[in-house]
Unconditional design. Structure first.
Length: 110
């Protein structure tokens, strides 16, 4: 894990706002993938895919590593944690109430 500060929320949200970037995140969420494979799967050129990967990296949503001459990309949860933290602040009491209802339902209905 890096010692860099958490990405700014606005940068992360801009990174997630684009459908192509969300598609790329879906491709790289399971395992590190090279740019060419990502581009092929999402139907974009390698140049366009590389651009989107740069935005995702800047937003803390993707990381890149080298494997010989290949650059492999995978999801980074740093940016996602920033969004989750922001959204969690909106519903703490409602989420607690929902959790209590679900737990009560599970206890009653097994």
């Amino acid at each position: 894990m890096s010692a860099e500060p958490a990405p700014e929320l606005d940068v992360v949200l801009r990174g997630l706002a684009d459908a192509n970037r969300r598609a790329i995140l879906n491709v790289i969420r399971g395992a590190p993938r090279p740019v060419g494979a990502i581009a092929e799967e999402v139907g974009l050129s390698q140049q366009t895919t590389s651009h989107h990967l740069g935005v995702l990296r800047s937003a803390g949503l993707a990381t890149g590593t080298r494997d010989g001459t290949k650059h492999l990309y995978t999801v980074s949860t740093d940016g996602l944690a920033a969004v989750q933290s922001y959204l969690d602040d909106f519903w703490p009491s409602k989420l607690s109430a929902l959790k209590a209802v679900v737990e009560r339902h599970e206890a009653e209905h097994g």
